[in-house]
Design a protein around this ligand. Structure first.
Ligand SMILES: C[S@@+](CC[C@H](N)C(=O)[O-])C[C@H]1O[C@@H](n2cnc3c(N)ncnc32)[C@H](O)[C@@H]1O
Length: 340
């Protein structure tokens, strides 16, 4: 390595050893102190009253704020502290931007950092099991709400790419396989007035889906159904959507799920597959990687890395035609038609 390469490599190594730790500790502390919400409500605050409000000591909070300032989470407004636009948008007041906030994910990652990720070597040795903040599969309404909230908080760009490219004109009945709490299908119902959706999910999530659909004014067109998507066939309809469902599955498993969709789609109907991008060699997907690492602590994991470029071959191999692909907002959308 020459010195230029060594400097670049050193930066990268420093990122690996220091950056993630510093950034996440500050974010975690910010959430645990309720600092983001307090500053969002106040607009800006002097150190002393802010320390009192978060239950901290002014000198110690001051040091945390200086570190948070360095990484772009807070800034000074004269002698007062305030959020940056970045932290205000992504870390404060989830109710203000419910499909685009890190609050739920940060809570889950905080728990996993303390209870699992920092013991990964033990997991490799088989001495540390994966521990979830809430048991999976979720049973109660509260447990389902916990997982569904994590998904719905990052639905902004999936909703956006589907809103721009989903070909659902003329489709009357779509099945949303593992459709979360229904925010994504509700947005499609709002865009396509003829569309009705049956959203398949775990039994404990159905009430949440139906309540959410009603609150968005599409309760008569979007309904949850308790169907085990891995064990049971999908209901018959004009379209099947897999939104953020297939990206972690192997080619073999994806093929099986897409074949089930083919069998359920009426001739002339459509399939939609929306995935996060997880295989860009220049941009590792750390959201997916955080989940992938959990598999190390499990006795069995189906999580895999599959290139999305496999989809045209899988779809055409099963009998779909007219495969299209749109890539935008770090997501990819494949659509295809079952011949009439
Ligand atoms: C990764 S989330 C995707 C949610 C949604 N499609 C989205 O993009 O936000 C997986 C969804 O599948 C549901 N799910 C998991 N296992 C299931 C099963 N065996 N049968 C039906 N739904 C299941 C989960 O409850 C959750 O809603």
């Amino acid at each position: 390595m020459n010195d230029t390469e060594l400097l670049r490599a050193t930066d990268r190594a420093y990122d690996m050893v220091f950056k993630g730790l510093v950034e996440f500790s500050c974010v975690k502390a910010g959430f645990e102190l309720d600092l983001f919400n307090i500053l969002a409500d106040a607009g800006s605050m002097e150190l002393e009253p802010l320390a009192e409000k978060v239950g901290g000591e002014a000198r110690r909070l001051g040091q945390l704020l200086v570190a948070m300032e360095q990484i772009g989470l807070v800034e000074k407004d004269g002698s007062k502290w305030k959020l940056t636009e970045f932290s205000d948008t992504l870390f404060a007041k989830p109710e203000n931007h419910p499909s685009h906030t890190m609050e739920s994910a940060a809570h889950s990652m905080g728990f996993l950092a303390e209870n699992y990720y920092m013991k990964l070597a033990d997991a490799v040795r088989g001495k540390q099991k994966f521990i979830s903040p809430v048991a999976y599969p979720p049973q109660t309404r509260e447990e389902n709400e916990y997982f569904e909230t994590i998904h719905r908080r990052t639905a902004y760009f999936p909703i956006k790419i589907l809103g721009e490219f989903a070909k659902l004109d003329g489709i009357k009945q779509m099945t949303d396989v593992g459709g979360g709490i229904g925010d994504i299908s509700a947005s499609l119902c709002q865009k396509f007035p003829e569309l009705n959706v049956t959203l398949l999910n775990l039994p404990g999530a159905i009430e949440l889906v139906n309540e959410n659909a009603a609150s968005k004014g599409v309760g008569d067109r979007l309904k949850g159904a308790a169907v085990d998507i891995y064990k049971e066939p999908f209901p018959e309809g004009d379209a099947v959507m897999f939104c953020r469902m297939l990206y972690p599955m192997s080619v073999q498993f994806s093929t099986m799920m897409i074949k089930k969709a083919y069998d359920a789609i009426r001739p002339g109907g459509r399939i939609l597959i929306l995935d996060m991008l997880i295989c860009d060699p220049n941009k590792p997907n750390f959201d997916y990687l955080s989940h992938y690492l959990c598999g190390i602590g499990m006795d069995f994991s189906v999580l895999d890395f599959k290139k999305h470029a496999e989809y045209p071959g899988i779809l055409e191999g099963i009998g779909f035609t007219d495969v299209t692909k749109e890539e935008k907002y770090d997501h990819v959308l494949y659509q295809a038609v079952k011949p009439a």
